[in-house]
Design a protein around this ligand. Structure first.
Ligand SMILES: *[C@@H]1O[C@H](CO)[C@@H](O)[C@H](O)[C@H]1NC(C)=O
Ligand SMILES: *[C@@H]1O[C@H](CO)[C@@H](O)[C@H](O)[C@H]1NC(C)=O
Ligand SMILES: *[C@@H]1O[C@H](CO)[C@@H](O)[C@H](O)[C@H]1NC(C)=O
Ligand SMILES: *[C@@H]1O[C@H](CO)[C@@H](O)[C@H](O)[C@H]1NC(C)=O
Ligand SMILES: CC(=O)N[C@H]1CO[C@H](CO)[C@@H](O)[C@@H]1O
Length: 916
């Protein structure tokens, strides 16, 4: 069939040329379950949808007509768009078998900027992601896009173009594959400025188009490493900057099955193949056109980010292995003695009794409740970890027996699969093994009964240990030793045992994706380190779901249950939930940290990439384990990481058991420098808090890549070792061992040093800046205002201090900004309980217009207005019509900085300053 295929390919190429699509060879490599390295003529011959190209020594997908679908009939108009029928030309031409014969290609218009395209089985229903999305009631009238597809009787292709520029956004290439357990769709991309997809071990923010670059996506307990791996969460979402002007779009692949994506060059065109092993093809396009508009449009659909408690923006200290209250007190005393800011203390599983959730060690942690009182007396909050899996010691462990009474655990899909050695009392539940010393069961958080039971356990436990927030770990869900002889931590002396998954189409799918070939994949199966794909979940409507389909939603539903449960524990307070596994929408409920990293320099860099990506995914409250989880950092690494981590939105130092302490008080140099940079963080928390409020209300990112602010700056698009807090503070951390300086790229505009207020650069320019060990390069962009408050060692204290504003002027002597304030932790913060002022400085006048109520701002005032880049000494300074005496302001001609000492109560609301 090789020669027939080639002839058809040539003919098709001519058709494509006639259509004005250009003559592309569209050489799409056939996917091999064993990986592309096995490619050979005999391997290729196994798949009738593939053909061997002897001259290129490569196995390619056959042409579209042979291997793909044809357009049949006229489109059928629907209320929101239209449907087109597709038919598989030759159902026997296949990759892995069971090709779906008839498909529907459906175009659904939402807002003008939002297009949905679904491709699904015309004859029977398939699994679709059950998570709710927000859609508008009415569709837009002037879409930013056009959709094209092939004529009737032609091989099926479709494209999406941006109307204003005519640039294509998506242009499918090659045959579409739609089989029972394998979907594949390839497209050209308008440029190689491709970002996103996760959660992955990306070593650059901008994607590579080297041949055979393939990343799997599937929730997995996979520590950070350097292979192309899938990690804890699932975010099949990417964005592309299309052109030099910076027009940007994004695409969500709304699919929760195991996925992978490959990037490559098709001749001159950057291209991508998306593969999934289940569900349907359901694409959501967001047309922006700016990167921040894309963000806002996307999170408007999946859920805008949660508004964090003010205290959660403080510094969190954590480790696994305090081992006792005494061990924890020792570290806490070191922090206090050093005067290092800390708002949250976190405990890992070593506080538990035999690693059981909702318990604490009655010996080593006997006085835990007293310790919590002591922390609270210092205004420090406590976060406790919980794992999803509960021991099946039903007779002695009430949370599990109550769970069994409510029937809340994940089951086998069929009673035949329950193993013969099932523990008595474990019903038809899937049992595994994780941290506790007995077998465990896994709550099915999709069930409303489970959510009720979980909320009750959270409430009961809070009566025992008055925690402030919950950290949910291991929720991919992780299970140790699946399919092996026994888990690595199986109790000594017990007969070997492990969870073994059956050999069926779900646990042994024909194409398990690259995930089985990377990382810590001991059994090389899709169920490795998790529960079996033939486990079964159930929702509140008696719908059942295979774990195969909803595996990657486990963390999402546990987050939802925890978020709801904590609202019962803390009525009308914002729940603080930290989750390891996430899915689109998790950001509306949870904080995320980037998982188990290591104390290695490159992982500092990867943490910036991960943080930028999570901001794309609508999870702005994010950070990595400062100083590294595995391994032991030296002083220099930990110091540099504390500098960077002081500017993670979620700032937490955490490490693993059996390692030396790495809290900032461990080295004199780290102690001094961490105190400095954490105090600087605390100083600008009012600014950061305002950014989170804005993100929550309008759906923006908090941490941004440079190109989100400068989309048409081509240099900015490659930079991933600098980042912004919104568009105001630019952070350029040192992430190289031994470096005492670094190159910093300053885009267009004026840039002031955040600390000494010097004019540091007039961009665009790259400068080598001094960054000796004690210095983190930080800049404020001309044109923005930053709200601040004098810092203290806790936010409880700093929140009482006077405010100031940094007013960093641009070339036009202009700046704008805002100050947002409220009680700091209320869930339903209504507008009459907040203070919100918008400030603009233009034409020599600062005008502050406020919306405010008295409650949250009583006793608070603005004491400093600091103008950076003010060119000359003013002849008069007028505040609310009153000329200010010279004692009330100060001008530094060298710095070109003017400071006004004011006493403006926030309760006053509006004010005006005029400089002449
Ligand atoms: C999009 O598809 C239509 C219909 O096949 C075709 O006429 C048009 O040239 C395509 N546009 C691009 C940019 O490929
Ligand atoms: C689910 O099924 C059970 C048992 O058949 C039934 O009692 C219950 O009403 C059903 N619930 C819903 C929401 O349909
Ligand atoms: C805590 O206990 C573990 C395991 O027994 C041990 O390896 C570790 O060194 C202990 N940690 C500290 C800080 O003593
Ligand atoms: C500044 O003054 C100019 C000229 O009077 C005016 O056009 C402009 O709108 C003013 N800008 C602001 C922000 O008030
Ligand atoms: C633990 C384990 O078996 N890891 C292997 C997973 O697969 C990759 C790629 O084949 C190997 O390099 C790892 O050693």
């Amino acid at each position: 069939m090789g020669s027939v295929g080639k002839l058809a390919a040539v003919l098709l190429g001519l058709v494509a040329l006639a259509n004005g699509q250009g003559l592309h060879k569209e050489h799409l490599e056939c996917p091999f379950p064993e990986g592309q390295d096995v490619s050979s003529e005999s391997e290729c011959a196994k798949y009738s949808a593939c053909m061997w190209e002897a001259d290129e020594d490569a196995c390619h997908m056959s042409n579209d007509q042979l291997a793909g679908y044809m357009v049949q009939g006229e489109p059928e108009v629907t209320a929101t768009g239209y449907k087109v029928s597709l038919v598989k030309e030759d159902p026997s031409v296949t990759l892995f078998g069971e090709d779906v014969a008839n498909l529907i290609f459906e175009v659904i218009n939402h807002e003008d900027y939002h297009l949905q395209i679904k491709i699904y089985d015309a004859d029977s229903s398939r699994y679709e992601v059950p998570v709710d999305l927000s859609f508008p009631d009415e569709i837009g009238t002037d879409p930013l896009y056009d959709v094209g597809f092939s004529e009737e009787g032609k091989p099926f292709h479709f494209n999406v173009t941006r109307k204003t520029t005519g640039t294509f956004v998506f242009r499918s290439i090659g045959p579409l594959t739609f089989e029972e357990h394998f979907l594949q769709l390839s497209t050209h991309l308008p440029s190689d400025y491709l970002y996103g997809f996760g959660e992955n071990t990306h070593r650059s923010f901008k994607h590579s188009f080297e041949p055979r670059t393939t990343f799997p996506i599937f929730a997995r307990d996979q520590p950070v490493g350097y292979e192309e791996m899938n990690e804890y969460g699932t975010h099949p979402y990417y964005s592309v900057i299309e052109d030099d002007e910076g027009n940007t779009h994004s695409v969500l692949i709304w699919n929760s099955n195991a996925l992978e994506y490959s990037t490559f060059m098709d001749d001159v065109d950057p291209s991508m193949t998306i593969r999934s092993i289940g569900g349907i093809i359901d694409l959501h396009f967001f047309l922006g056109p700016t990167p921040e508009e894309v963000n806002s449009q996307y999170v408007g659909m999946i859920g805008r980010s949660a508004f964090p408690n003010y205290w959660s923006l403080g510094f969190h200290l954590s480790r696994w292995g305090y081992n006792s209250t005494e061990g924890l007190r020792e570290v806490r005393e070191r922090m206090k003695a050093a005067g290092i800011p800390q708002d949250v203390q976190t405990c890992d599983i070593d506080y538990m009794d035999k690693k059981r959730d909702f318990t604490y060690d009655p010996v080593a942690w006997a006085d835990f409740a007293d310790l919590i009182d002591d922390l609270h007396a210092d205004d420090v909050k406590l976060t406790l970890i919980l794992d999803p899996a509960l021991v099946i010691d039903f007779d002695n462990y009430a949370p599990a027996s109550r769970g069994r009474d409510s029937d809340v655990f994940v089951k086998w899909m069929s009673p035949d699969l329950v193993p013969e050695d099932q523990e008595p009392g474990a019903n038809d539940y899937v049992t595994g093994y994780v941290w506790p010393d007995e077998k465990v069961v896994f709550p099915d958080f999709m069930k409303p009964e489970t959510q009720t039971w979980w909320a009750n356990e959270l409430k009961e436990f809070h009566k025992v240990l008055p925690y402030d927030s919950i950290w949910i770990d291991m929720n991919e869900p992780a299970n140790f030793g699946t399919n092996l002889d026994q888990p690595w931590n199986w109790p000594e002396g017990m007969d070997p045992w492990s969870l073994k998954c059956p050999d069926n189409e779900w646990d042994l799918p024909p194409y398990p994706t690259k995930m089985v070939r990377v990382g810590d994949n001991q059994s090389k199966k899709i169920s490795d380190k998790t529960i079996c794909m033939s486990s079964q979940h159930q929702d509140g409507h008696n719908n059942t779901f295979l774990h195969y389909d909803v595996h990657s939603l486990y963390g999402y539903y546990e987050t939802l249950a925890t978020y709801i449960g904590l609202q019962e524990v803390f009525p009308n307070k914002r729940p603080t939930v930290l989750s390891r596994s996430t899915f689109p929408g998790s950001g509306s409920m949870a904080i995320h940290w980037l998982g188990d990293n290591s104390a290695e320099w490159e992982q500092m860099h990867m943490s910036i990439i991960g943080m930028l990506e999570m901001n794309l995914f609508g999870i702005p409250m994010v950070g990595a384990d400062i100083c590294g989880f595995f391994g032991e950092p030296d002083m220099e690494l930990c110091l540099r990481w504390m500098q960077l981590g002081a500017f993670y939105p979620f700032s937490r130092n955490h490490n693993t058991i059996g390692t030396a302490h790495q809290d900032p008080g461990m080295w004199p140099e780290v102690e001094e420098n961490s105190r400095h940079y954490l105090l600087l963080r605390y100083k600008f928390l009012p600014y950061l808090y305002g950014l989170f409020h804005y993100a929550h209300m309008h759906g923006s990112s908090v941490v941004r890549p440079l190109h989100n602010i400068f989309p048409s700056d081509l240099t900015a698009r490659d930079i991933d070792d600098q980042f912004f807090w919104a568009d105001g503070i630019m952070v350029a951390p040192v992430i190289t061992q031994g470096a005492t300086s670094r190159d910093v790229y300053f885009p267009q505009g004026l840039w002031y040093d955040l600390e000494n207020h010097n004019l540091a650069a007039t961009g665009p320019v790259t400068l080598n800046v001094d960054a000796p060990l004690e210095v983190l390069p930080l800049y404020v962009r001309g044109g923005v205002m930053l709200a601040y408050q004098e810092p203290e060692v806790t936010t409880t204290k700093s929140r009482l201090n006077p405010f100031g504003m940094i007013i960093a002027l641009d070339e036009d002597q202009y700046a704008s900004g805002s100050l947002y304030w409220d009680a700091g932790d209320e869930l339903n913060h209504v507008m009459d309980e907040v203070y919100m002022s918008h400030m603009t400085f233009a034409n020599g006048s600062l005008i502050s217009q406020s919306h405010h109520s008295t409650d949250p701002v009583a006793g608070l005032y603005i004491s400093n207005l600091e103008f950076l880049g003010y060119p000359n000494i003013p002849s008069s300074v007028i505040l609310d019509g009153v000329e200010q005496p010279e004692s009330e302001w100060e001008y530094d001609a060298d710095l070109q900085k003017l400071v006004l000492f004011t006493d403006i109560p926030l309760e006053q609301g509006d004010f005006t300053v005029t400089l002449a």
